[in-house]
Design a protein. Structure first.
Lengths: 335, 335
DNA sequence: TGGGTTAATTGAAACGTTATAAATCGGGCG
DNA sequence: CGCCCGATTTATAACGTTTCAATTAACCCA
């Protein structure tokens, strides 16, 4: 890493003048073209380092059509606590030093989720795409597959054609959570689900239902609200059930906010955690270590998820076959 | 917004052929150059809309040197809960539709904070910069001012030259928090500060100290840890003080995690919130509405902060005088 | 010796845009 | 009638890179 800073920003032409080779040769040498003599390559790279040459992104992009940009579609409405931070940290960590930069594009919640994708494709704004909150028949996945555009989804789909994805085993999480509550002697377990359109909702439901049925206990999936409902609405729904006869004595919470809401509903109705009901929650941030009473948690490592998605996208852009680009994170727990 | 999608992506040349004008004329017409006849401008813009013309970013960038990119330096270590999400949402909200895209660059915590800034300047990776966790004599501010590069800092500095910033009145927050605790009859108030290098640490300290002195009560600034210390370390420090003689009966907490730690320390030593001690915390996310026992909070609207910073940066890039580009958010509370 | 072959290098074009300087075209004026 | 002027338009170069096709140099073998 040479630090000999000149007045002017060095370009290929600077290097060409400096080394006596033609611009084309310099370009090839730096690209590692095998047709270039080894000695030439050395001379050129030496000069490049000495002058601190960095290829101009705009020029390269104009010429090659590659943007050196990866776009991340980020939900700007509600988030699981710390999701954005951890996820983004994982992504930037992997991409640092690769020459790719990450742009964040808002994924308008109620709006047309295809619009930003269309813009990116049409105006060639990125070389690859990452997104979250994948739906079972996600129109973005369909569009991107048709366009043969590299992407990695956070969450699986139900399309038959394979595509790269990274997911968390929410079915296993639900089973685990139920099993833990059953082991504590709980007989009626409550669950708030995300919206039906998301694939992971089906995984959660399936894992939950088969676990409670196998254990032969009661269950209820809270009606009328989803994880994306306003917290007050969720709180009200939970509250209502606590006042009704035969309230649940166990809660499986997919988000941290829901866990706090459940805890608050319990407390506010005079119940005691660990006595009248137990809660198991999925957590993405370490904040729950500090909550009293302590809630049992299952960890989802979103930083690792971000890393995995970024790495996978790089491999996809390098042309690896899609079938193999999948990764399912298992729940981490010491329950 | 015409939707007549052709096989090829339309360029200025396409429009030139279509309208019969020269490429240069078309470019000027779209740029709104006053030398172009009104009728011509109409013809050209009509054609542009019809064909769905979008200027190529790479070409424009290569030619003009402007990147149409705004970079955000984001701390990837610790965050205040929900900070990243809200902040980013505010920024993207303002920038949507302006043609600017946001890239996220990790601001390595212990590392050289100048390195990413240098890279951005040197390789011309952005037209403007946003960053957080500003230091009293922040080297990034110095460098950017020297280079006359547009930026907005989250937090003030102590440089004499003015520069654009958006800040939260942490001094007012500290006074408010102390006043509230004093009103509750608390006589010994504890505070965990961020690292000394940050400007807002000085504001917090000043507000805190002058408020406790004016009220004539005891105080302690927890030694040996900062807000960036590992939560376990902060927890241990708080715990130690609770076991020592004459423990604090009031806590001013700058972050949500610290508030939970203080609450946990209180609970774990058999104390009761509202009886043995009170807590006032700054919150950036609505999560605290759900914590039991309820903690008194003062709100910092980070989404509005992100919006303000993005808007201010746009104005700075449009050449507005720097002296006027400042905004101080006041604490929002119903204490 | 000379044609054929390989290895290495190079000139030139192109990507799509903007900016500089020059060209065109009616009129208006002396 | 010729000249100049303002209003429009245009040809052209340039931004920095990659790549196609062509050139040069060196070498081998008949």
């Amino acid at each position: 890493m040479g630090d000999e800073i000149q007045g002017e920003k060095p370009t290929l032409r600077t290097l060409a003048q400096e080394t006596g080779f033609a611009v084309a040769t310099v370009s090839r040498a730096l690209a590692g073209d095998p047709r270039i003599a080894a000695t030439t390559r050395e001379t050129v790279t030496a000069a490049a380092n000495r002058l601190g040459y960095v290829p101009d992104r705009a020029a390269r992009r104009l010429r090659t059509g590659r943007t050196q940009v990866i776009s991340l579609l980020l939900n700007t409405q509600h988030e699981f606590l710390g999701f954005t931070h951890e996820f983004l940290a994982g992504i930037t960590e992997v991409l640092a030093g690769t020459g790719y930069s990450v742009t964040v594009v808002p994924d308008s919640p109620g709006q047309d989720r295809l619009a930003p994708v269309r813009t990116i494709l049409r105006n060639n704004l990125a070389d690859g795409l990452l997104f979250t909150r994948t739906e079972a028949f996600d129109p973005r996945v369909r569009l991107l597959m048709e366009a043969d555009f590299p992407f990695v989804s956070h969450g699986r789909t139900e399309f038959t054609t394979p595509h790269p994805w990274v997911d968390y085993d929410n079915e296993a999480f639900a089973r685990l959570a139920v099993a833990h509550l059953v082991a504590k002697g709980r007989r009626r377990i409550s669950l708030v689900l995300p919206g039906d359109q998301f694939t992971f909702t089906q995984h959660l439901r399936y894992g939950f239902l088969s676990a409670v049925r196998a254990a032969g206990i009661d269950h209820e999936i809270v009606a009328g609200v989803t994880l994306d409902s306003p917290p007050t609405a969720i709180g009200a729904a939970l509250m209502q059930r606590r006042h009704a006869p035969n309230p649940p004595d166990g809660y499986v919470c997919v988000g941290e906010v829901t866990a706090l809401l459940a805890l608050a509903a319990l407390t506010d109705t005079g119940g005691m955690h660990g006595v009248d009901a137990d809660i198991v929650a999925k957590r993405a941030s370490p904040i729950f270590d500090n909550i009293r009473p302590r809630i049992d948690t299952v960890f989802e490592d979103l930083r690792a998820t971000g890393r995995a998605m970024a790495e996978m996208l790089l491999r996809r852009m390098n042309g690896e076959p899609q079938e193999r680009l999948n990764r399912l994170f298992m729940p981490e727990t010491d329950l």
